[in-house]
Write a protein that binds this ligand. Sequence first.
Ligand code: HEM
Ligand SMILES: [Mg+2]
Length: 326
Amino acid sequence: MKLAAIATILSASPAWASFDKWTPPGPYDARGPCPMLNTLANHGFLPHDGKDITREIAANALFDGLHINKTLGGFLFDFGVTTNPKPNATSFSLNDLGNHNILEHDASLSRTDAYFGSTIAFNQSIFDETKTHWTAETVTLQMSANARTARVKTSKATNPEYSMSNLGDGFSLGESVAYVIIIGDKKTATVKRSWLEWFFQHEQLPQHLGWKRAETSFEREDLDGHLQRMRELTAERTGQASAGGARKCRRQVPRCHISIVGSGNKILLRPRPRPLNRSSPAPSIDPGPCFCHHDSVLTNFAFLGQNRPFGSTICATTRFKLHDAF
Ligand code: HEM
Ligand SMILES: [Mg+2]
């Protein structure tokens, strides 16, 4: 057997992963707030126990199950791994994704806000609210934008602790695009309502309703183009997302003073010798529990309150020169 063929076999999802096989989670299996990753675990593309998902496992699962280009899959994994509270983690479990206000955010489409309960469990009444905005058999990006905007309004009106970070806002936009173009058709940006309803409520790929893995692969550009459209369609902004967020980051985490060195796919964080703003107090601790993630899909900078040691690298992709950006 040729080396390339062996490599392909070794880098595929587990042998029993299949569109036809589906097993619900057992009592000791981990599941999270992402209906798609849960679904991939139920089909066996991800480990069925939902635990210890590495970059390679995630990228293979997203490729095999959804035809997402492996570079994009790895990029998404790099966000996911930040939710694992262990320092220098190289994997995450699906329940880690539910840690509030890292990636998980309020105003989800099928989960309640952390203030009211589990950010992980599917919530029928929340989902019923979302569904009312899918007003035709074919769901469009506009309907998706309407559903998201309505959930934000409801959350703001009912949750006294409502919050939405820049990163959460960007993720929320991305999710509302993803369910349309990844489950549906990326060219027309439409998806069958029946597929969505089945997918969200059963965490199963709706093959029996005619769904098929896309024939062409999803690239970063597919997501970026539709994200911009979703931003425009969204009537109400849920956060302060914008490019060049250095000042916003400082405001969000006032004691975090770092400089960013590097460019390309890796950036290195270094403590700043003194606060940027001389009038602000010197950090009482090494600005340790902070790291910064620049994400060019979301065109955001955001600090995440994670316990990352200094000098640890995180993956990022950037078109900006990052040296001392802050
Ligand atoms: C490694 C890849 C992925 C990671 C780390 C990830 C992570 C997450 C997280 C943390 C959430 C919770 C946000 C919240 O609602 O509070 C979420 C929700 C969601 N994800 Fe994923 N996700 C990934 C891939 C995907 C893919 C490929 C899709 C494609 C359809 C998808 C669709 C969704 C949707 C629709 C939601 C919103 C659920 C809701 O609002 O109730 N995700 N994801
Ligand atoms: Mg949520």
